[in-house]
Design a protein around this ligand. Structure first.
Ligand code: WT7
Length: 656
C-alpha cells in the first residue's frame, strides 16, 4: 500500500475491540504482556514446559550475538512430542488430519494413533535405507499425509529435513540438495492439481544427475503414472514402509539439534539455507499456536491453508498443531479445484473453526464474488488469520464481513522463515485489531521501528523493523555460512536483528508492516529475489542483460516485471517479440519455478544505469508502476527511460 493510502486509512482507522467470546481464555490476561516483557527469558522457560523433555533443561538462553542457544542441556524428541505422548495420554482416537484430496470426494481421516503407526513404520524404513542421526533428507512432496509422516520420521531419527516446495524446478531442487549435502530424498511419483496429474519424479531424476551423494530415494505412489526407476537407488514407499514394524523406540537429542533446513531467497541469486534447531523452535511454535489462534484442541478444527513446502506449513500445519494435539484440515488442492466455492464447502462440511491463509488468496476469493461464501454455512468459524504479506484494508474488511460474519477476530501475523514462529500479531481477547495492522509484538518478543541511524522512531512515523532481543525459534544461521548470517541480519543495526521490512507506528503506537525494503520481492506471499530471476534470465542464450523489479499488483501483492536486452538487436527481435517474451517466461519457470514467471517482460535496447554502471532499479520500478520518474540526473542516457516508458505504453517521463 502506498504511503498516501496508508495515511488515509490511519485517519479513519476502524479499530475493533477484542471479541468478548475470547476474553475468558485462560491465557487471555492483559498482564501476559507485562509479565513477559519484565523477564522474557524466564517467560520462555515457562513456555518450554509445553514440551515433554527427556532431560529437563537447566540452561535457558546462551547468547553470543548473533548466535543463540536455547535450553541447551535439555534433550527431547520432536516426533515424540507431536505424536507418542498424545497417544500415551489416551488421545490416540483424536483426529490429527482430515485430509481432503484435490478430487471431489477423496478424503482420509488420520488419528493420532494412525499417525504414530505411520511415523514409526517410516522411521524404521528410513533406518533400513541408512538414515541416521545428523543426516539431511530432502523432502519434495505434494500435500499428502505422507509428507507430514516423512518429516516426523526424519526428525524422530535426529536427522534434519530440507523440504523443497514441489513447485520448484529440478535445478532449484538440486542446488538445495547440494548446498546442505542431503543424502536421501523423499518424493512421490506425481501430484494432483485441479483433477490433473502432474509428475514430480522426473524433476527428482533430473536433479539427481548432479547430486552424486544421494544414496536413496523413497517414492510414494500417488498418481500411479509410469515412472523412470533407478534400481538400487529408488524405493517404493508401499514396499518398504508397509512391511516395517509399527514399533520404534526413540532416541533423545540435544535441544540444539538441527531439525529443519528451509531455503529462502535473499538479495543474491543463491537462496539461503535457514536452519532451525529443536527445543527453542518447538517451544515457540507450540506457544504461538495456542496464544495467537486461541486453539481449544478438544473442539477446534483448524485449517492452515498453506503448503508444507514453506515455513508456514512447517510451523502451523505440522509442529505447532501436532504438539498441541489439535485437529486439522490438510487440503491437497488449489482454491478452485472442483469449483470456486470449494473452500467454503470444506469449511461447511468439516465445521472448520479457525482459518489461516494469505492475503493474496483472500483477494482471489474476494474477486470470485460474495455469493460463493454466502451460499454456505460458515458459522462454525470463530477466528481468522492472515500471513505472508501486508494485507490491504479492503481485503481485511472483506475477510471480516464475508467470511468471519463480523464476529471472528482477525489475527494479522507477521513473521519470516528466519523467525520460525509468529512474532507480531494481535492476541484475540486481549488486543484490539485494525484493518491492515499487525498491531504489536507478542509476549516475550522485543520489536522496534528505527530510523537510518538505528534510533527508535516516534508514533506516527515509519522506519525499519528490528527485533531487539533473541527469541527461541530464531534461526540459528544460514547453513554452512555463518558470515553471511551475521552480515545479512546483524550488521545494519548492530546488536539488533534486521528483518528487511519497513514498518510504521501509528499514532497509538500500533505496528503496520509495509513490505520489504530490499531487493526481495513478495509474489503471492512467496519470497523471491530480483537477482535470482535476473540470473535465470541471463542464463538464456538470447539474453544480454536483465533487470528485475517487483511492481505492485492488485491480486498478487507484487508481480515480477523484467527489463531485458537481447543479444541480437531489438529490431530483429521485434519480428516475433511475443514469442521471445513467452519463451523467456517459460525459461524462468523452468529454471526456478512457475511462481517466478515474470508477469511482464519488456525488451529494451538499453537498461538505465548510473554513471558508475549500476542499474537504476528504483527508476525501473517507477516505470513498472506508472509513476512519474523523479530525479534521473545520474542516468548515463536519460533517453533510455523515455524509450522504456514508451515500450510499456506509460506516460512516465524524465524530469530532465
Ligand atoms: C516476509 C517473510 C512467515 C511465513 C510466510 C512468509 C512478509 C510476512 C507478513 C504480514 C506484512 C508480512 C515480510 C517478511 N510478511 N507476514 N503479516 N504483514 N508482511 O515467509 O517467505 O520468509 O517471507 O513476508 O516482508 O519479511 P517468508
Amino acid at each position: 500500500m502506498t504511503e498516501a493510502k496508508l495515511e488515509a486509512w490511519l485517519d479513519e482507522t476502524r479499530s475493533f475491540a477484542p471479541s468478548p467470546q475470547f476474553s475468558k481464555q485462560a491465557n487471555a490476561q492483559p498482564s501476559i504482556y507485562e509479565e513477559a516483557s519484565a523477564d522474557p527469558v524466564t517467560w520462555w522457560r515457562r513456555e518450554a514446559e509445553r514440551l515433554t523433555w527427556h532431560d529437563e533443561p537447566t540452561n535457558t538462553l546462551e547468547w553470543d550475538m548473533p548466535f543463540a542457544k536455547w535450553f541447551s542441556d535439555g534433550t527431547l524428541n520432536a516426533s515424540v512430542n507431536c505424536v507418542d505422548r498424545h497417544v500415551a495420554a489416551g488421545r490416540g482416537d483424536r483426529v490429527a488430519y482430515h485430509w481432503v484430496g484435490d478430487a471431489e470426494g477423496e478424503s482420509r481421516t488420520i488419528t493420532y494413533a494412525d499417525l504414530q503407526s505411520m511415523v514409526n513404520k517410516t522411521a524404521n524404513a528410513l533406518i533400513e535405507m541408512g538414515v541416521k542421526n545428523g543426516d539431511r533428507v530432502a523432502v519434495y512432496m505434494p500435500m499428502i499425509p505422507e509428507a507430514v509422516v516423512a518429516m516426523l520420521a526424519i526428525v524422530r531419527l535426529g536427522a534434519a529435513h530440507s523440504v523443497v516446495f514441489a513447485g520448484f524446478s529440478a535445478d532449484a531442487l538440486s542446488s538445495r540438495i547440494l548446498d546442505s549435502d542431503c543424502q536421501f530424498v523423499v518424493t512421490a511419483d506425481g501430484a494432483f492439481r485441479r483433477g490433473a496429474a502432474s509428475p514430480l519424479k522426473p524433476a527428482v531424476d533430473e536433479a539427481l544427475e548432479s547430486c552424486p551423494n544421494v544414496k536413496s530415494v523413497l517414492v510414494v505412489r500417488r498418481t500411479a503414472d509410469d515412472v523412470n526407476w533407478v534400481e538400487g537407488r529408488d524405493v517404493w514407499w508401499h514396499e518398504i514402509v508397509e512391511r516395517q514394524s509399527d514399533v520404534h523406540t526413540p532416541d533423545y537429542f540435544p535441544s540444539e539439534q538441527t531439525m529443519i533446513i528451509m531455503y529462502t531467497s535473499g538479495t543474491t541469486a543463491k537462496p539461503k539455507g535457514i536452519y532451525h534447531t529443536t527445543g527453542g523452535y518447538l517451544t515457540q511454535v507450540a506457544s504461538t499456536y495456542m496464544n495467537v489462534f486461541d486453539v481449544k484442541p478438544d473442539t477446534d478444527v483448524c485449517w492452515t491453508a498453506a503448503d508444507i513446502g514453506w515455513i508456514t506449513g512447517h510451523s502451523y500445519i505440522v509442529y505447532g498443531p501436532l504438539i498441541n494435539c489439535a485437529t486439522q484440515i490438510m487440503y491437497e488442492g488449489v482454491p478452485d479445484s472442483g469449483g470456486k466455492d470449494r473452500w467454503w464447502r470444506i469449511i461447511e462440511q468439516y465445521k472448520v473453526t479457525i482459518l489461516y491463509t494469505a492475503p493474496t488468496t483472500i483477494r482471489t476469493l474476494m474477486k470470485w464474488g460474495d455469493d460463493l461464501p454466502k451460499g454456505h454455512d460458515l458459522s462454525s468459524l470463530r477466528l481468522l488469520g492472515t500471513v505472508g504479506e501486508p494485507i490491504n484494508p479492503e481485503a481485511w474488511m472483506w475477510y471480516r464481513e464475508h467470511i468471519g460474519g463480523n464476529r471472528c477476530p482477525i489475527v494479522d501475523t507477521w513473521w519470516q522463515t528466519e523467525t520460525g514462529a509468529i512474532l507480531i500479531s494481535p492476541l484475540p481477547g486481549i488486543t484490539a485489531t485494525k484493518p491492515g495492522a499487525a498491531m504489536r509484538a507478542l509476549p516475550g518478543i522485543g520489536v522496534d521501528v528505527v530510523d537510518n541511524d538505528g534510533n527508535s522512531v516516534g508514533n506516527g512515523e515509519g522506519g525499519y523493523l528490528v527485533i531487539t532481543h533473541p527469541w527461541p525459534a530464531m534461526t540459528r544461521g544460514i547453513y554452512g555460512d555463518p558470515e553471511r548470517f551475521k552480515e545479512t541480519y546483524w550488521t545494519r543495526f548492530p546488536g539488533k536483528y534486521f528483518a528487511g521490512d519497513g514498518a510504521k507506528r501509528d499514532d497509538d503506537g500500533d505496528l503496520w508492516l509495509l513490505g520489504r525494503i530490499d531487493d526481495v520481492m513478495n509474489i503471492s506471499g512467496h519470497r523471491l529475489s530480483t537477482t535470482e530471476v535476473e540470473h535465470a534470465l541471463v542464463g538464456h542464450p538470447a539474453v544480454a542483460e536483465a533487470a528485475v523489479v517487483g511492481a505492485s499488483d492488485d491480486t498478487t501483492g507484487q508481480a515480477i516485471v523484467a527489463f531485458v536486452t537481447l543479444k541480437m538487436s531489438t529490431d530483429d527481435a521485434s519480428k516475433d517479440q511475443v514469442a521471445v517474451i513467452e519463451e523467456l517466461r517459460l525459461h524462468v519457470a523452468r529454471v526456478i519455478s512457475p511462481i517466478a514467471k515474470p508477469r511482464q517482460i519488456i525488451l529494451t535496447p538499453e537498461l538505465p544505469k548510473t554513471r558508475s554502471g549500476k542499474i537504476m532499479r528504483r527508476l525501473l520500478r517507477d516505470v513498472a508502476e506508472n509513476r512519474s520518474l523523479g530525479d534521473v540526473t545520474t542516468l548515463t542516457d536519460p533517453t533510455v527511460v523515455n524509450m522504456i516508458s514508451e515500450l510499456m505504453g506509460t506516460e512516465a517521463s524524465s524530469d530532465d
